[in-house]
Design a protein around this ligand. Structure first.
Ligand code: NAD
Ligand code: IPM
Ligand code: MN
Length: 355
C-alpha cells in the first residue's frame, strides 16, 4: 500500500515538546511492523503563526490537510498572547466541526506502575472509555451579546442538540459497549435541572437502547456522576456524554488514573469522509512549557490510537504495550508522576521498548 500521509501540527507550548517524542515512537513502531508512513509538518494553529499572519490558519487550510489519512496534533492555546476563544475556535474547533469529527474518544485506564490518587486502586480497576459528542451541544456558538457596554447588556448562548447529532454519538457509544466484555453503557445527563435539552438526550438514549438488548445501560446526573468517578471508577465501561459533560469527564477520569499527562484522544469522523485528529487530552501547559519536563505519554498513546484507526493493529498494540512496560518496569517517570525524567528521555524509553 502507498505510505499513509499524516499531517503533523505541533501547535503551542508543550505541544512542540511532546510531538517529536510521539513521532519518534510512531516511526519506530512503523519500522518494526512494516507500516509505511509519511509525515508532513505544518506550522499553523499556533501563536507563532498568528503573530506572523494575523490569523490562526491559512485560508486554504482544508486543502492543505483535508486529504491526509489523519492529523497528529499537539496542543493549541497561548492565553498570555491570544484569548483562548480566538485561538481554539480558529483551529481545533474548526477541525472538529468542519471535518465532522463527531466522536471524541478518550480512554481512562489505570496503567501498571502509575499510582492512582484514589486509595487501593490497581490496574484493571479503572478501565473505561469516555465517548464525548464533539460537534454540537453546549459548544454550539449560537447566541450573542446585546447592548454591549450598557447596563442593559446581556449575553445568550444556546445549546443545540440535533436528532442526527445525538443519535450518531449514542450509536457509536452503544456499538462500542456491545463490543466490550462488560457490555455496559452509562449516560451522563442533567435532566433534573436542564429541562429541555437533557430530557431530550435521555429520550434518545432510551430509544437507542432498544436496538441493543445485550447492552446493560444506566444514567447518572453529571453531578453525582463526577462523584462516582472518584468513589466507584470500577462501575464504568463506556460513558457517553454531551460535548461539555464529556469534556469535564475526560479530564476527571485521567486525573483518577494518576495524571492527565498520559491521556490520549481521537477526534473521529467514523465514516472516513474527512481525516480524524489524534491529540492528547491535555493542553499547551504554559506553566511548564519550555522546560522539557512535559509527559509525552498522552501524545505517544494518541499515536497508537491513530494507528488503530488506520487499521494498523499490531503497530498500535506495540505502542500501548511499550507504554505499559515503560511505566510499569522502569523507574523512569516525568515530574507529573513523581519522577524527574525529562520529556525526551521518556520518549526514547518508549521507543526503545517498541524496538
Ligand atoms: P493544560 O492541560 O494545558 O494544563 C493543565 C495542568 O496540567 C497544568 O498544570 C499543566 O502543567 C499540567 N499538564 C498538562 N499536560 C501535561 C503533561 N503532558 N505533562 C505534565 N503536566 C501536564 O490545561 P490549561 O492550563 O487549562 O490550558 C492551557 C492552554 O491549553 C489554554 O490555552 C487552553 O485553552 C489550551 N488547551 C488546549 C487543548 C487542546 O489543544 N486540545 C486542550 C486543553 C487546553
Ligand atoms: C479538550 C479541550 C478543548 C475542549 C478546549 C481547549 C476548547 O479542553 O480538547 O478537551 O473544550 O474541547
Ligand atoms: Mn478538555
Amino acid at each position: 500500500r502507498k505510505p499513509y500521509r499524516i499531517a503533523v501540527i505541533a501547535g503551542d507550548g508543550i505541544g512542540k515538546e511532546v510531538v517529536p517524542e510521539g513521532l519518534r515512537v510512531l516511526e519506530m513502531a512503523a519500522k518494526k511492523h512494516g507500516v509505511a508512513v509519511h509525515f508532513d509538518q505544518f506550522d499553523f494553529a499556533s501563536w507563532d503563526y498568528y503573530e506572523k499572519h494575523g490569523e490562526m490558519m491559512p485560508e486554504d487550510w482544508k486543502e492543505k490537510i483535508g486529504k491526509h489519512d489523519a492529523i497528529y496534533f499537539g496542543a493549541v492555546g497561548w492565553p498570555a498572547k491570544i484569548p483562548d476563544h480566538i485561538s481554539l475556535w480558529g483551529s481545533l474547533i474548526k477541525f472538529r466541526r468542519e471535518f465532522d469529527q463527531y466522536v471524541n474518544l478518550r480512554p481512562v485506564r489505570l496503567m501498571p506502575g502509575v499510582p492512582s490518587p484514589l486509595a487501593n486502586r490497581k490496574p484493571g480497576d479503572i478501565d473505561f472509555w469516555v465517548v464525548r459528542e464533539n460537534t454540537e451541544g453546549e459548544y454550539s456558538s449560537v447566541g450573542g451579546r446585546m447592548f454591549p457596554g450598557t447596563e442593559r447588556e446581556f449575553v445568550i448562548q444556546e445549546t443545540i442538540m440535533t436528532r442526527t447529532g445525538v443519535d450518531r454519538i449514542l450509536k457509536f457509544a452503544f456499538d462500542l459497549a456491545q463490543s466490550r466484555p462488560k457490555k455496559h453503557l452509562t449516560s451522563a445527563t442533567k435532566s433534573n435541572g436542564i429541562s429541555i435539552t437533557m430530557p431530550y438526550w435521555d429520550e434518545r438514549v432510551e430509544a437507542m437502547a432498544k436496538a441493543y438488548p445485550k447492552v446493560k445501560w444506566d444514567k447518572y446526573h453529571i453531578d453525582i456522576l463526577t462523584a462516582n468517578f472518584v468513589l466507584h471508577p470500577d462501575w464504568f465501561d463506556v460513558v457517553v456524554g454531551s460535548n461539555l459533560f464529556g469534556d469535564i469527564l475526560s479530564d476527571l477520569g485521567p486525573a483518577c488514573t494518576g495524571t492527565i499527562g498520559i491521556a490520549p484522544s481521537g477526534n473521529i469522523n467514523p465514516e472516513g469522509n474527512f481525516p480524524s485528529v489524534f491529540e492528547p487530552v491535555h493542553g499547551s501547559a504554559p506553566d511548564i512549557a519550555g522546560q522539557g519536563i512535559a509527559n509525552p505519554i498522552g501524545m505517544i498513546w494518541s499515536g497508537a490510537m491513530m494507528l488503530e484507526h488506520l487499521g494498523e493493529k499490531p503497530a498500535a498494540a506495540a505502542i500501548v504495550t511499550a507504554i505499559e512496560r515503560t511505566l510499569g518496569e522502569r523507574t523512569l517517570r516525568t515530574r507529573d508522576l513523581g519522577g524527574n525524567a525529562d520529556t525526551t528521555a521518556c520518549g526514547k524509553a518508549v521507543a526503545e521498548m517498541v524496538e
